[in-house]
Structure formats: structure tokens, C-alpha cells
Write a protein that binds this ligand. Structure first.
Ligand code: GDP
Ligand code: IMO
Ligand code: MG
Length: 447
């Protein structure tokens, strides 16, 4: 395999998650040496189909499916050790040994049972319109502990903190008091069970813990190439997303600096992934949402049910307003436009080209959720295409209306589409432009 002409790359989501990042990372893997998760945790669910076989990973980088790749969980990831061990064991049962191919940052934080309880009880008790609709994986509470510092547990503590057991007992006691006071329920939180999880993490994952930041810099000095695998999506970004209906981390290439310890300047190929329409799971404003039959048809054709929670995804027309905003703030060099096949069979397809608010057309998203809720989508319709695209393998062979749709999106987004998804399977992809130089043949067999 020839090495990439451009060095390091990032694949991340430009939408509200589930854009098909897993499939794009898998496609690019064979030309990279290392794959790094740098944000989020088990709220992510990244899917790869190899023939009829499905792989859905939540914490393990997609790189583990490729035996020549070293996979890294960086300092910015919040790691539920029980979930991670179950993923490792699940792959082992399918003949894929992760072993020492996985490195976990000694600076990464542990998600423990009280984080998940706080997440679940908090969502349960919130008033309807205040529910974020989280994945209940303890993400927000763990990042809150990280910022609070005194109540955080990091992987380095498993090795170096001789006092860890008594510290965890005291954290659990405080958390029980807090949960009972806030929710009148501590969810059966039990210090011995938490300590058992911590000890299991130490035993099972201790050999994988290291200084991944130094490892990455040494590897890059040694001409190794790195692919950063973003989780969640730019519209869920804690600073730039549809706040407060967001996740708790920096989800795009700007998160690589703090989440992996690598300056963004070292990442030259920035692949923003999006669908040919929009989806969202959980609560929060969604200007171009289709709530009637059209939305149901997209959900059914695209099999839009969450990889992590199984929840039906809300569906809507492509949102070029938030899309262009996301492209600009992330410095996207290449767009991966997935699920073009899902839009087959519509007489016409819509694109949201502006948000109409108080009689004005906005070209970028306003800050407040109430403004987004009040905004009306301005929809531009284009001719649809009747055919099934799943067997097409080159852009030129697409129906003219589908090509016209992609070209219109490029103009609206201000970036070129280099990868087009025409089905869930590894080979169901079209390549265009420069990215073709660093992208292996989709037929490459690995795992
Ligand atoms: P991620 O979180 O961004 O990795 O995306 P998910 O894996 O959660 O959700 C994307 C879903 O779309 C998965 O079920 C994929 O198998 C599927 N998928 C990815 N690309 C395509 C595509 O081009 N067409 C179709 N029909 N399905 C796709
Ligand atoms: P991937 O990596 C889709 C959403 C949740 C909720 C909000 C906050 O598979 O694209 P959290 O549990 O993070 O506190 O939930 O963010 N969310 C995702 N939606 N895909 C994801 O990840 C998501 N990660 C978080 O549904 O609305
Ligand atoms: Mg997903």
C-alpha cells in the first residue's frame, strides 16, 4: 500500500452525529498507521458493514478492525471501562484480537456508575422541554467532574494513586448524598460495586495505559501517519452547537489539540462527514425537520435508528445554513456526503437555504434555542431521481439530477464533495477529487 501524499487527517461529523463517520474512517484506514479517538465517549456509535457483517463500536477507534493499525484513546475521551472491556471481548469472540494494538491515555478520565446514574436521573427528572435527550452514558457528569478536578478519576490514578480506593469511597458517599437530595433516589449506588469496576479496569486495561501524546509525537517524527476519528458532530459541539442541546466536548478538528495533544496545524486533510439530508437524535431545535410522511419515508429508507440507543432518528431536508457554518468553523477541506442512495425515489428533494426569523432570512444559525425553534426553513427544491444508486461506483454514472444535487450542495457549502456514500457496505462509495490519491480501493479487505 502506498503511503498518503498528505500526512495526517481527521474525519468528523458536520451535523448532529451519525453522519457515517465510521464508514469513512474505515475507508481511509489502510493508508494510515494510527487511528485516534480524541473526544466524547460511549455516546458515540460508529458502524461499519463488511459484507453482511456489522461492526458497531462506541469507544474503540474503528482502527481496531484493521490489524496493521495502532488505535489510540486520547486524553480528551471519557472512558467507561466496563463498556470498553465488553467491546474488546465482543471483538475477541469474533476473532479480532485488540491486545496491545490499543493504547489508552494515562490522562483520559473514567466514566463510573455514578456518572451514568446522574445522567439518567437528571434526564428523568427534567421538565419535558428541558430534557436534552442524552444517550445516558454519563458523558456530561464525567466531563463536569473533569473540570471540577477533585472528584475526577483518570487512568493514571489506576497506576499511581495508592489512595485510590478510599478516594473513590469518599466520592461515592458524596454522590449518594447529592443524588438523594436532588432526585430522592440514589439509584442503588454502591461503593463496593464502583471499586470493583475500578479494579477490573486496572487489571484488564492496565497494560494498555500509556502517555499517548508522546507516543503520537514520536510516531509522527518517525513518519507515521495519523487519522483522527471525531465523535458526535459539529452541531452537538459544546461551544458551537445548538446549545444547550449539545454534548459536552469539542467534536471537530479543533478538539484534536486538547483531546489528543496534537496541534491542529499537523492535520492537513479535514474530512467533514454529512448526510445528503439531516438527522438528529435526542431533543433540541431542528429547523429543516420533516415531521410527516416525508420524514417517515427518509427514516425508513435510511434505516435511521440510533446505533447507541436504538432511538428513531428525526429526519429533515439537508440544512445548508448549519452545514456552511460547520464547514467554515472547522476548516473542512473535503466533504464526505453519505446516504445519497437514501434520497432515491423522491419526485423532488429539498435544501434549507436560509432560516427565516422575524421576517429576515438568516444565513448562519442564531445562538439561542428559542430563536432556532421559531425559525422557519426556506426550502429550495431540486428534481429528484427515481433510481437505486447502490450499485453505482463513479460520480459520472450517477443520474444527472443526483449529480446536480451534489454540485448545488458544494456551492452552498463552499467546499468540495470528495466521498459519496451510496449504501452502508464498505464498497458502496464513490471517490472524487484529490482525496482519491490517499484513499485505498474500497475493495481492500482487512478485518
Ligand atoms: P457515525 O456515528 O457517524 O459513525 O454513524 P452511525 O454508524 O451511527 O450511523 C450511520 C448509519 O448509516 C450506519 O447504519 C451506517 O451503516 C449507515 N451508512 C453509512 N453510510 C451510508 C450510505 O452511504 N448509505 C446508506 N444507506 N447507509 C449508510
Ligand atoms: P456519533 O459519534 C448522535 C446527542 C444525544 C443528545 C446529545 C447529548 O455516533 O455520531 P450526551 O449523551 O452526549 O450527553 O447527549 O448529543 N449525541 C449524539 N447523537 N450521534 C452521536 O455520536 C451522539 N453523541 C451524542 O442524542 O441529543
Ligand atoms: Mg453514530
Amino acid at each position: 500500500m502506498t503511503k498518503p501524499t498528505r500526512k495526517n487527517a481527521c474525519v468528523f461529523g458536520l451535523g448532529w452525529g451519525d453522519e457515517g463517520k465510521g464508514k469513512v474512517v474505515d475507508l481511509l484506514c489502510p493508508t494510515f498507521d494510527i487511528v485516534v479517538r480524541f473526544n466524547g465517549g460511549a455516546n458515540a456509535g460508529h458502524t461499519v458493514w463488511v459484507g453482511d457483517e456489522k461492526f458497531a463500536l462506541h469507544l474503540l477507534p474503528i482502527g481496531v478492525l484493521h490489524e496493521t493499525i495502532t488505535s489510540v484513546i486520547g486524553p480528551g475521551v471519557v472512558v467507561d471501562p466496563v463498556q470498553l472491556i465488553s467491546e474488546i471481548d465482543g471483538l475477541a469472540a469474533r476473532g479480532i484480537a485488540v491486545g496491545s494494538r490499543l493504547k489508552i491515555s494515562d490522562r483520559a478520565h473514567l466514566v463510573l456508575p455514578y456518572h451514568k446514574l446522574e445522567d439518567q436521573l437528571g434526564e428523568k427528572s427534567a421538565a419535558g422541554d428541558k430534557k436534552i435527550g442524552t444517550t445516558a452514558r454519563g458523558i456530561g457528569p464525567c466531563y463536569a467532574d473533569k473540570m471540577k478536578r477533585s472528584t475526577a478519576v483518570r487512568f493514571a490514578d489506576l497506576i499511581h494513586d495508592d489512595d485510590l480506593e478510599s478516594r473513590v469511597r469518599s466520592i461515592v458517599a458524596d454522590r449518594q448524598t447529592m443524588l438523594r437530595a436532588l432526585f430522592d433516589d440514589d439509584g442503588g449506588l454502591d461503593a463496593d460495586a464502583v471499586i470493583a469496576d475500578v479494579m477490573m479496569a486496572k487489571t484488564r486495561l492496565g497494560g494498555n495505559i500509556c502517555d499517548t501524546t508522546t507516543f503520537l509525537h514520536d510516531s509522527m517524527d518517525d513518519q507515521k501517519t495519523v487519522l483522527f476519528e471525531g465523535a458526535n458532530g459539529t452541531l452537538l459541539d459544546v461551544d458551537h452547537g445548538t446549545y444547550p442541546f449539545v454534548t459536552s466536548s469539542s467534536t471537530g478538528p479543533h478538539g484534536i489539540g486538547n483531546g489528543a495533544g496534537v496541534p491542529a496545524a499537523r492535520v492537513s486533510t479535514v474530512v467533514g462527514t454529512m448526510k445528503a439530508y439531516a438527522t438528529r437524535v435526542g431533543s433540541g431545535p431542528f429547523v429543516s425537520e420533516l415531521t410527516g410522511d416525508m420524514g417517515d419515508k427518509i427514516r425508513q429508507q435510511g434505516n435511521e435508528f440510533g446505533t447507541t440507543t436504538g432511538r428513531p432518528r428525526r429526519c429533515g431536508w439537508f440544512d445548508a445554513v448549519s452545514g456552511r457554518h460547520a464547514v467554515r468553523l472547522t476548516g473542512t477541506t473535503d466533504i464526505a456526503l453519505m446516504h445519497l442512495d437514501t434520497l432515491g425515489g423522491f419526485d423532488q428533494v429539498g435544501i434549507c437555504v436560509a432560516y427565516r426569523l422575524d421576517g429576515k432570512d438568516l444565513a448562519s444559525p442564531p445562538a439561542h434555542a428559542s430563536q432556532l425553534e421559531a425559525a422557519e426553513p426556506v426550502i429550495e427544491f431540486m428534481p429528484g431521481w427515481p433510481s437505486d444508486l447502490r450499485s453505482i461506483r463513479s460520480f459520472e454514472d450517477l443520474p444527472q439530477a443526483a449529480r446536480g444535487y451534489v454540485e448545488r450542495l458544494e456551492v452552498l457549502l463552499g467546499a468540495g464533495v470528495s466521498i459519496i456514500g451510496v449504501g452502508p457496505e464498505r464498497s458502496q462509495v464513490l471517490l472524487r477529487g484529490d482525496l482519491r490519491d490517499i484513499t485505498p480501493s474500497p475493495e481492500t479487505t482487512i478485518a
